[in-house]
Design a protein around this ligand. Sequence first.
Ligand code: EPZ
Length: 450
Amino acid sequence: MVGLYAGRIRQYRKVLILEKYVINGATTLHGEVEISGAKNAAVAIIPAALMVDGVCCIENIPQISDTDMLLTILKELGAKIRYINKSTIEIDARNATYKDAPYDLMRKIRASYYLIGAMLGRFGSAKTTMPGGCNFGVRPIDQHIKGMTALGADVDVKNGFVYADARDGRLHGARIYLDKVSVGATMNIIIAAALAQGRTIIENAAREPHIVDLANFLNSMGADIRGAGTDTVKINGVDKLHGGSYAIIPDQIEAGTYMVAAAATGGEVLLKNVIPRHLECISAKLRETGTIVQENEDSVLVKGASTLRRVNVKTLPYPGFPTDMQPPMGTLLCLANGTSVITEGVYDNRFKYMNELRKMGAEVQVDGRVAVIEGGRRLTGALVQACDLRAGAAMVIAGMCAVGTTIVEDIHYIERGYEDFVGKLNALGADIKIVDFPDNDDSEKIISVV
Ligand code: EPZ
């Protein structure tokens, strides 16, 4: 498990070796796929385990580099990590101490900001790097800082680090209105407030399923959190959290990605271990394209249409259409008949991947937060980059639909958020190989095929 992230780039006889996906299209996906645990729940629940005075047994942790890195960080802080099986992990943070954590890992992931709330809750102090993560526009943490300050912490950002200290040694409850609907700030404040003295109320809170999952995890460990999943969350701080067991919900965005892949390739895929209610906005939008989506109790069946209809998409906080599904949808709409419009309602620069799709023959006009896609195009294979996690998934879907061979670079982004992406797709009929390329002039020469 350890080193998932580092494994995609390595040295070989003084030549840098880069692993890339080589995708032969066009393929049609058929079969069944098991959805893993939710990345954006796991990356908050793992740091939150730092605050538990006991052993947390957490099931359905996705095997991805983001969770791998957070578990490594907790280990560096002195927590004991025991793997029960590939997706069930015991975390015992009782001997964790406040000390310098591996900042090189922290600055690689966005979710390292949850360590601020967890370390403040546990130690009364925190030092983390400014968060890393996907680069699609300005991603400030001012709402996180607003929340921690309201809870009684002195917060200072300098030299690329965030320093936070609870003025009275322990945080105290507060009423916090978020100026922006922020998933991260909502979850970070919930974490920090769980062990604060008194009641905290978060207003204008985000409502994503993974926020409810975090609250359910903390409540199963003895916290007192109500209203998660609504725009007002109330937390009555407790003195300690006890150990226990918890299973993370299935990943809404991983499921959505496979749904779009099935629709785009014109295949038929049964997604197992999902919560259909979390997928409603994605299912509704796919049905508008003519795709058939059948919901069962814990699975959905997606059948691609012979021809895809154009649609308009506007991304919004939950329960709106998820911004993380915007890039995969962008690929699908390149194949749909007619002109589609995507409006990005959350980030200010999340269309960089459109340049990569243009290399494959897509016709797209982008103006700020709006992309106009002239669909009905036959995509052709090309050398493309994964600009970020979800953009990388969009390029893989494009490669499966394109005629010819597509090589996707910077696949470490994709490995951050999709467990066994290549294995699951090949089991559905894709033709994807992870291939070593020398990072030099003849970088097209394949060294070895994994
Ligand atoms: C989380 O990011 C997810 N990441 C993102 O998923 C997801 O795109 C995003 O929520 C929205 O759903 C994790 O959970 C680790 P936000 P986060 O705070 O918390 C602005 C993926 O692919 N904002 O809800 O960073 C911000 O710039 C990743 O899995 C502030 O202005 O998102 C954005 O415009 C990509 N100040 C908007 O709010 C702040 O303090 C929403 O951001 C915080 C955010």
